[in-house]
Design a protein around this ligand. Structure first.
Ligand SMILES: [Zn+2]
Length: 281
């Protein structure tokens, strides 16, 4: 069953998907005719009656992972317009081949017809700025409502201190995106898995600090001569079950590989003389 409640006029619906011996929460967000992401196909028996009770006029998608748009095909069939970033339109039009663990958890992601998002999404009482935020995926977008300080983040945030990231994540890109959205003054963050979170700006700043610290530690260990696998073992000695089950799609190694390189650790080729090793500064 979908557990429903209301946060500042935003209808929240919480569901859970079974994964191994545990469950993963997923939150639906609906406001003023607008549904942000659809939820997964695997939970259609509970999500469909919940969504059928809402006057959905349009659906916007943060990114095209199957837990976020597994029901887009069903909604499009009901005549609801679906919007996603223009660069993602070809991806929407075909069904991806998903690994078994993802199909078991979230279900298939059928192809669906979509229209391109523009810079803003308007509803009767709100205006949402579409913010490009590469990180979790290169094409991820966020929806920002300036008047209330709401930010709908899909999978961009997830946690201020992640222990694993998805194979498409680029933490250097995540950090760049965080720096850009810092100025927005986010008050309330709507995260698809963590749910509605107050203190948005503080949480985003905490994630930024974590990524900068991680980047510094990775750079220091690289200067000691460790390769990324050795750094991964040093910084993340505990290997979570999801890394095995997903065959490395979710890993801490990906965090090491894409950790932001600190300013000071960036090589300046003009200052390096041939034959001379660059010394750690
Ligand atoms: Zn995702």
């Amino acid at each position: 069953m979908v557990e429903g409640w209301n946060v500042e006029g935003v209808a929240v619906g919480k569901t859970r998907a079974r994964f191994l011996y545990t469950t993963i929460p997923y939150h639906l967000f609906f406001v003023d005719g607008l549904l942000v992401d659809t939820g997964p196909l695997s939970l259609h028996r509970e999500i469909e009656p919940f969504l059928a009770g809402l006057p959905i006029e349009q659906v916007v998608l943060t990114h095209l992972h199957e837990d976020h748009c597994g029901l887009a095909s069903w909604l499009a069939g009901l005549g609801v317009p679906i919007f996603c970033p223009e660069v993602s339109l070809p991806e929407a039009a075909r069904e991806p081949r998903l690994p078994l663990y993802r199909r078991l958890t979230w279900g298939r992601r059928p192809a669906f017809p979509a229209s391109p998002l523009t810079d803003t999404v308007r509803t009767e009482h709100h205006e949402f700025q579409v913010v490009r935020a590469p990180g979790h995926t290169p094409r991820h977008v966020l929806f920002y409502e300036a008047e209330h300080g709401w930010l709908f983040t899909g999978d961009f945030f997830l946690s201020a201190r992640p222990k694993v990231v998805f194979m498409e994540e680029d933490l250097a890109a995540t950090l760049d995106s965080l720096k850009r959205i810092e100025t927005l003054g986010v008050r309330l963050l709507f995260d698809a898995h963590a749910g509605p979170l107050y203190g948005g700006a503080r949480l985003l700043a905490r994630k930024r600090a974590f990524l900068e610290e991680l980047g510094g530690r990775v750079a220091a260990l690289r200067r000691e001569g460790l390769d990324d696998r050795a750094i991964d073992r040093r910084l993340f000695p505990h290997r979570p079950a999801i890394t095995f089950v997903s065959r490395g799609e979710w890993s801490s190694l990906r965090m090491v590989q894409t950790a932001p390189v600190p300013e000071g650790a960036r090589r300046d080729p003009s200052r390096e003389r041939p034959g001379e090793d660059s010394k750690p500064g």
